[in-house]
Design a protein around this ligand. Sequence first.
Ligand code: GUN
Length: 309
Amino acid sequence: MSANLLRGKPIADAIKSEVEAEVAEIRASHGFSPCLAVVRVGEDPASAVYVGSKVKTAEELGIISEHLHFPAETPHEKIVDVVKALNARDDVDGILVQLPLPKHIDERTVLELIDPEKDVDGFHPVNAGRLMQGHEALTPCTPAGVIEVLKRSGIAIAGKNAVVVGRSNIVGKPMAMLLLQENATVTICHSRTANLADVCSRADILVAAIGRAGFIKAEHIGEGSTVIDVGINNVSDPAFARELFGPDDLEKRLGVIENRGFTLVGDVNPKDAMEKAANFTPVPGGIGLLTVAMLMKNTVTAAKMRRKL
Ligand code: GUN
C-alpha cells in the first residue's frame, strides 16, 4: 500500500482565497483593512524566513502588515514597551511576537502582555483557557491548520482515536483540545510515555509534534491510519537520509543535501508512513503551509471580533 499524500498547498490556497475575499468585503463595507504587526528580535535565520513569509502573505491578501525588527541585544523593557504600544493602537488588529526570543527577554512576560483580543498566535493564557473551556478563542495556527486539513480532506474525526505525540503549548496541547472539540477520543503522549509504539499504533489519527527528525517509525504507525507530521527538522547526514526516504525520493533528497547542506524532514519516517498509513502529510509541502494561512484567518477573525463586525 502507498499512502494518499495530503498536500498542504491546495488547502492553504483555498483558505487564503477565502481570507482575501473577506478582507475585500471588510474594506468595502467598513472602510478599513485588517492590520497585522509582527515583532522579531535578533537574527535567527529560520525566524527571518517565517516572518518574511507571514508579511508577504498578508500583503498578498490585502492585510496591512508591519514588521518591527529589533537587534538581538534589545533590552527586555524595550520589547515590553513595543507590545504595550501595539496594544494601544486602534488600527492594529493582530500582534505576533516571533519565537524564539533572545534568552535575556522573558518570553512568558511578553506573550502574556499581548492583548488577548489581538493575540493572533493564540498563545495567551486567556485564549488557551477559552479553547480548553470550548469557548470562542483565537487558536494556535498550526493545530488549527491540522483540523482544516483533516476536515477539507474528508477525514472523519468524531469518535476516532486521535493520538498527539508532543505536549508543547504551541502545538501538542492545543492540538489535543481542538481534536477533543471535534469529538475525537484523544491521547497525549510525550517523552515519558510507556509503550509509545503500542499507543501510537492504535491511533486512527496520529499527530507527530516532537521536534525530532524521523522519530515516528513503522512500529508507531497503524495500518490504514492518518498520519499528520507537524515536525520541521534539518537532516544533513546522507546515511540518515537513506533510512528516511524510499527509492522514489532518495536521489532528490541526497541532491538537496549536497547543494544546500540539509534537507527538511518531519518527525515521521516518510518511507514507513507511505508504507503503512492511508493518509500522510509530506514535509515539506504539508502542514507547514497551513500555519501562515491560519495566521491570516486569525488576523481577520481578531479584527472582526475586536471591532464587533
Ligand atoms: N516560532 C515558530 N513557530 C512559531 C509560531 O507559530 N508563532 C510564533 N510567534 N513564533 C513561532
